[in-house]
Design a protein around this ligand. Structure first.
Ligand code: SAM
Length: 230
């Protein structure tokens, strides 16, 4: 499948059935067991990132780009902790839900600032660029291009998560249970950690911290890389 098709399919998915499915998973309403497992796993990934950033004790001085922000699961707590957050997503429905959630959670509606934009067309410069659970929708070559672009926006640090290509996960994907459940899914691409690190290094970044979240149905490898050269 061509990358342009991947992107169109992903946008349409997250503006339709995917929106309904993921809004529930990333919420607190009742969901089925599989969705609950994914919700728990995803929350652990978000908590890892917040834990790292809080440990550095400088959140209020940071500008953060949350690329592919979804319904704001990370952007809203980061803004609550005082960071200036620029959140964007390719799907208007996800952004609209994120905006509603931000209004509920925060009295100040200017932060996070939200935009409907694909991450490939993002500009600007941010202390930290974060992209969680987005690369899974794209093949390696396209993921490389996306990571390179995100690196060009990051002054100091980039934090990425992806579904790691391991033997176990490859088998799971083959038997079609990686994204189980009744609501139909998009394609899920697994990525080799070595390939992701290679592209980060090529862009002048080196790995600082790593984490892995693994529940029954959710697998996400998290990498933090800091800039070593311009
Ligand atoms: N990062 C969020 C989180 O962890 O809560 C959302 C993760 S969700 C699985 C993937 C999100 O990536 C969706 O909201 C989707 O619309 C968005 N997305 C997919 N491709 C994108 C692209 N090329 N540019 C920006 N957002 C994209």
């Amino acid at each position: 499948m061509k990358t342009a098709e991947d992107k169109t399919i992903v946008r349409e998915y997250f503006n339709s059935t995917g929106f309904d499915r993921w809004r529930r998973i990333y919420g607190d309403a009742e969901v089925n067991k599989v969705q609950l497992d994914i919700r728990t796993g995803h929350q652990q990934t978000v908590d890892h990132v917040i834990g790292w950033l809080e440990a550095d004790n400088n959140l209020p001085s940071l500008s953060i780009c949350d690329a592919g922000c979804g319904v704001g699961s990370l952007s809203i707590p980061l803004a609550t902790a005082g960071a200036k957050v620029y959140a964007s997503d390719i799907a208007a429905k996800m952004v609209s839900e994120a905006q509603d959630r931000a209004v509920m959670a925060l009295s100040n509606t200017a932060n996070p600032s939200f935009a409907v934009q694909d991450l490939e067309s993002l500009g600007g410069n941010y202390h930290t660029v974060i992209c969680l659970d987005v690369l899974i929708h794209y093949p390696q070559k396209k993921a490389d291009e996306m990571i390179s672009h995100l690196c060009s926006l990051a002054q100091s640090r980039i934090i990425l998560s992806f579904a790691p290509k391991t033997f176990f996960l490859t088998i799971l994907k083959k038997i079609g249970t990686f994204f189980p459940g009744p609501s139909k899914t998009t394609r899920a691409y697994l990525h080799s950690e070595a390939d992701i690190i290679k592209i980060l290094q090529k862009n002048g970044f080196s790995i600082e911290r790593t984490a892995m979240t693994r529940t029954n149905f959710y697998f996400s490898r998290l990498l933090e890389a800091t800039r070593t050269s311009v």
